[in-house]
Design a protein around this ligand. Sequence first.
Ligand SMILES: [Zn+2]
Length: 142
Amino acid sequence: MKNFLNEFKKFAMRGNVIDMAVGIIIGAAFGKIVTSLVEDVMMPPIGLLMGKVDFSDLKIVLTDDVAIRYGTFINALISFVIVAFAVFLLIQSINKLQEKMTAKDAAAEAAEPTTKTCPYCYSEISIHATRCPHCTSELNKE
Ligand SMILES: [Zn+2]
């Protein structure tokens, strides 16, 4: 049992597990907000325009207790599209940020090298050296 707890602790303490948990919690909260946005804010005026239709009430009644509630399904579909679009925007902005950062790194790397490798002893030496400080070989100016 103790072993199991230790394993679980190791698993839970890994950074990505915590990140994932935060993501799921935020995602669930965000999903609720979008659901409310669709059902409580967006659909009532649209329903009004379509002739006072309440989307969550739209259904095909089969028997007294059974109905196909396609209005609720439409609400869920619209919620999904909004969530998918928000996630798309989020991922796009993260990708752009990452691209910018890697471009910056590449630019920093491409900037003037400050060292070169001695062709005789393969030590790293100053780019301006005319004589290797390690093996004292004379170096040709490049
Ligand atoms: Zn050398």
